[in-house]
Unconditional design. Structure first.
Length: 140
């Protein structure tokens, strides 16, 4: 593993454990074609971060609390789904089986953690991969 990636991986595990909340469904359900699209995009995003960070997609999809390193990777995926894929927090929550407020927490946390240069590089790389993977789906 490249030393920068090793440092950044260490940052994922060690920086601010953050509060964890039990997953609940969104107060405003996301349904129909838009909800199906959100779930499809989030499923793809989960597969991408699972490959990028060498974690189990099954663990990322698991409801409830998970190990901190798995949680951080999921938070990155939620952040990128909201920022790059332009999904609402309700849609991201629906796609990840989490509440909108959990997505809000993840986005704020990841944004704050981007002050660390190595962590920012990881998130930026994830954003670039997601943009390349979903470019046609997003109409870009």
């Amino acid at each position: 593993m490249h030393s920068t990636a090793a440092t950044a991986s260490k940052a994922i595990i060690e920086i601010q454990p953050g509060a964890r909340s039990a997953p609940t469904r969104s107060a405003q359900p996301v349904g129909g074609q838009r909800g199906e699209r959100a779930v499809e995009l989030c499923e793809g995003m989960i597969d991408i971060v699972a490959a990028l960070f060498n974690v189990s997609g099954k663990e990322l999809r698991r409801p409830g609390r998970t190990d901190q390193s798995i949680t951080r990777v999921r938070q990155i995926a939620m952040y990128v789904s909201h920022v790059v894929l332009r999904l609402s927090m309700n849609e991201v929550g629906h796609g990840f089986g989490r509440d909108r407020t959990t997505v809000l927490h993840a986005c704020h946390l990841i944004e704050d953690m981007r002050d660390d240069e190595d962590f920012d590089c990881l998130v930026a790389r994830t954003e670039r991969v997601a943009l390349a993977a979903f470019r046609n789906r997003l109409g870009l």
